[in-house]
Design a protein around this ligand. Structure first.
Ligand code: FAD
Ligand code: NAI
Length: 470
C-alpha cells in the first residue's frame, strides 16, 4: 500500500493552484486539489480578473456610444443600460470558465477535495472532515482584500464595498469614492465612471499606480482626469460612516492637517490585498509567515518545512494571475524532478483601463538606481501613440511607448506603454527581454503596418536616436 494517498495535494484552486495540479497530473503524479469555494478558479476566475474584464469590456462599449466616440465615426446610437443583462454576461463568463477548470480536472484526473483545508502535520491535511495525506503539499491559498481600519465593508448593502461588491452593484452610483489609486480602484472606478457615476479617487501617496514608471503614473492620471475621474492625492481616509444609503467619509492630508468630509452613495475600498493563511493550521507544522504575512520560499518554492511548498499571491512577488500560473507550472516540475523556471525579473503587469497601461522590467528610476545612480548609464525613448498611424486612425491618440535600455550594452531593461492595446503589446517586450534583446533588436524587427505595435519599434528606434515618425 502506498505511504500517502497522493503524490501531490494542492491547497487552493486559483490560477496558481489549479495550474500546479494539472501540470503535476500531466507529469504522472497522483494529484488532488483542495478548494473551499463552490467553484474552481480562485479569485481570478470568480471575483477578480475575469468578472472585472467582463464589466470593463461591456462598459467600454457603453462609453463609446455615450461619449460621442461612435458618433465621431458616423455611428449614431442612444445607449440604454440594462443592468440585468450587463451582470448576466459577467456571470456567464465566470460560469463558463470555472466549469472549464472542472472539466480540465476531470480530463487530467485531478481529484477535487471540496472544503476548507487545514494542516494536521506536514503530510496530512484535513479537508471537509476527511484526512488527506500527500508526499508534497503545495500551498496556493491566494489573497484577500486588505481591510481599512475604521471602515466596515458590507457588500450586501452596496454602500461600502470591496472589489467583489463593486462588481455586483445593482445600479450605477451617483458618486463613487474609490479609496486607493491602485489597479483595482482605477479599473473598477473606470467601469462605473463609464456607466455614468461621478468618481473620486482618494490616494494616500502623491501619485497613483505605485510601482509603475513615473512618466506612466503622471500621464495616466492626466488621461483619467480628462475622462472625468477626480483625484485627491496625498490624502488619507480616516473613517466612513453610513446612514441608510449614504456614506460620509472623513479625509485628512497624508502628512496631517485639517480634516474634511465627503459624501458618497458608494465607497470602494481598494488599498491592497493580503495573503490568505488564516485557519490553514500553519502553527501545526511550525511554519511562520514574514512581516507582510507571506510565506517565504526558495527557488524551488520550498518553504521552511520539508514537503511543503507555496506559490502565487501567498508568497512574495506581484499578486498577479500569470505569475501564479507560471509558479504553478514550475512547482509541479520541481516536484516531478524536473527544473521549473520562472523569471521573476520579466513579469508583465497590465491595468485594463482605457487606454490600457502596461509595463515589464525596470522603471526608469529603478534602472538608474541599478546603475548606481548614473543617469547616463541608462538610455530611454518615448514614442507617442498620437504619431502611430493605427492609433490615430482609431481615434486613440492618448499614451506612449517608452523603452529603457542600458546605455553601454543597449540591452532592454524595461518597457512601459499606455495604449488601447498595451496589454497585448507588452508581450512582445517580455519576449524580447526574456531573450536578452537590445533595443536595436526590436528596432530592426519588422512590425506589421498599420499596428499599434509599430510604436514599440519606433520607441526602440528612438533609443538608437533614429525614429522615423517623430
Ligand atoms: P487565488 O486566485 O486567490 O486562489 C486561491 C484559492 O484558494 C481561492 O479560491 C480560495 O478559496 C482557496 N483557499 C484559500 N484558503 C483555502 C483553504 N484553507 N482551503 C481550501 N481552499 C482555500 N491578476 C491579473 O494578473 N490580471 C488581472 O486582470 C487581475 N484582475 C484582478 C481583479 C480583481 C478585482 C482582483 C481582486 C484581483 C485581480 N487579479 C488580477 C489578481 C489575481 O486574481 C491574483 O493574483 C490571482 O488570483 C492569484 O492566484 P492564486 O492562485 O495565488 O490565488
Ligand atoms: P494596489 O496595491 O494596486 O493599490 C492600492 C493603493 O491604495 C495604493 O496606491 C496605495 O498607495 C493606496 N492606499 C493604501 N492605503 C491607503 C489609504 N489608507 N488611503 C488611500 N489610499 C491608500 O491594490 P489594489 O488596487 O487593491 O489591488 C490589489 C492587487 O490585486 C494589485 O496589487 C494587483 O496585484 C492585483 N490586481 C491586478 C489587476 C491586474 O493585473 N490588472 C487588477 C486588479 C487587481
Amino acid at each position: 500500500m502506498a505511504e500517502y494517498d497522493y503524490d501531490v495535494l494542492v491547497i487552493g484552486a486559483g490560477p496558481g493552484g489549479y495550474v500546479a495540479a494539472i501540470r503535476a497530473a500531466q507529469l504522472g503524479l497522483k494529484t488532488a486539489c483542495a478548494e473551499s469555494r463552490e467553484t474552481l478558479g480562485g479569485t481570478c476566475l470568480n471575483v477578480g480578473c475575469i468578472p472585472s474584464k467582463a464589466m470593463l469590456h461591456a462598459s467600454e462599449f457603453f462609453d463609446a456610444a455615450a461619449n460621442g466616440t461612435m458618433e465621431s465615426m458616423g455611428i449614431e446610437v442612444s445607449p440604454k443600460l440594462n443592468m440585468e443583462k450587463l451582470h448576466g454576461q459577467r456571470l456567464d463568463a465566470v460560469d463558463g470558465l470555472t466549469k472549464g477548470i472542472e472539466f480540465l480536472f476531470k480530463k487530467n484526473k485531478v481529484d477535487w477535495k471540496k472544503g476548507h483545508a487545514k494542516f494536521v502535520d506536514a503530510h496530512t491535511v484535513e479537508v471537509g472532515g476527511e484526512k488527506v495525506t500527500a508526499k508534497e503539499v503545495v500551498i496556493a491559498t491566494g489573497s484577500s482584500v486588505t481591510p481599512l481600519p475604521g471602515v466596515e465593508v458590507d457588500n450586501a448593502k452596496h454602500v461600502v464595498v470591496d472589489s467583489t461588491g463593486a462588481l455586483e452593484l445593482p445600479k450605477v452610483p451617483e458618486h463613487m469614492v474609490v479609496i486607493g489609486g491602485g489597479v483595482i480602484g482605477l479599473e473598477l472606478g473606470s467601469v462605473w465612471r463609464r456607466l455614468g457615476a461621478k468618481v473620486t479617487c482618494v490616494e494616500f501617496l502623491d501619485e497613483i499606480l505605485p510601482g509603475m514608471d513615473s512618466d506612466v503614473r503622471k500621464e495616466s492620471r492626466k488621461i483619467f482626469k480628462k475622462q472625468g475621474i477626480e483625484f485627491k492625492l496625498s490624502t488619507k481616509v480616516t473613517g466612513v460612516s453610513v446612514k441608510g444609503k449614504k456614506a460620509t467619509l472623513t479625509l485628512e492630508p497624508a502628512n496631517g492637517g485639517d480634516e474634511e468630509t465627503m459624501e458618497a452613495d458608494c465607497v470602494l475600498v481598494s488599498i491592497g490585498r493580503k495573503p490568505n493563511t488564516d485557519g490553514l493550521g500553519l502553527e501545526n507544522i511550525g511554519l511562520e509567515t514574514n512581516k507582510r504575512g507571506q510565506i517565504e520560499v526558495d527557488g524551488e518554492f520550498r518553504t521552511a518545512v520539508d514537503g511543503v511548498r507555496a506559490i502565487g499571491d501567498v508568497v512574495p512577488g506581484p499578486m498577479l494571475a500569470h505569475k501564479a500560473e507560471d509558479e504553478g507550472i514550475a512547482v509541479a516540475e520541481w516536484i516531478a524532478g524536473d527544473t521549473g523556471i520562472v523569471n521573476h525579473d520579466v513579469i508583465p503587469s497590465v491595468v485594463y483601463t482605457w487606454p490600457e497601461i502596461a509595463g515589464v522590467g525596470l522603471t526608469e528610476e529603478q534602472a538608474i538606481e541599478k546603475m548606481g545612480g548614473d543617469e547616463k548609464a541608462v538610455k530611454t525613448s518615448k514614442f507617442p501613440m498620437m504619431a502611430n498611424s493605427r492609433a490615430k486612425t482609431n481615434h486613440e491618440p492618448d499614451g506612449f511607448v517608452k523603452v529603457i535600455a542600458e546605455a553601454e550594452s543597449d540591452r532592454v531593461l524595461g518597457v512601459w506603454a499606455i495604449a488601447s492595446v498595451a496589454g497585448t503589446m507588452i508581450a512582445e517586450a517580455a519576449l524580447a527581454m526574456e531573450f536578452g534583446a537590445t533595443s536595436e533588436d526590436i528596432a530592426y524587427t519588422c512590425h506589421a503596418h498599420p499596428t499599434h505595435a509599430e510604436a514599440m519599434k519606433e520607441a526602440a528606434m528612438g533609443v538608437q536616436g533614429k525614429p522615423i515618425h517623430i
